[in-house]
Ligand binder design. Structure first.
Ligand code: ZN
Length: 63
């Protein structure tokens, strides 16, 4: 088993690009972003942005 240093577990699955969502703050707002380029709407609460991210991750994982 080869060790590939410098690559996190997220980058090992290049054949299956995953959707890694994060929340970023933009001024007063917070919005969800995904590694696929998707962006959620600006929210005033981070919890809402996280809900957007979870919703996106759920949508893209549907078969
Ligand atoms: Zn995505």
């Amino acid at each position: 088993m080869a060790l590939r240093e410098g690559l996190g577990p997220a980058q090992e699955n290049r054949q299956h690009p995953e959707h890694h969502t994060t929340t970023v703050e933009q001024g007063r707002f917070c919005l969800a972003r995904c590694s696929c380029g998707w962006r959620g709407p600006a929210r005033r609460a981070r919890s809402l942005a996280r809900t957007d991210a979870e919703g996106h991750a759920r949508d893209v994982r549907q078969p």
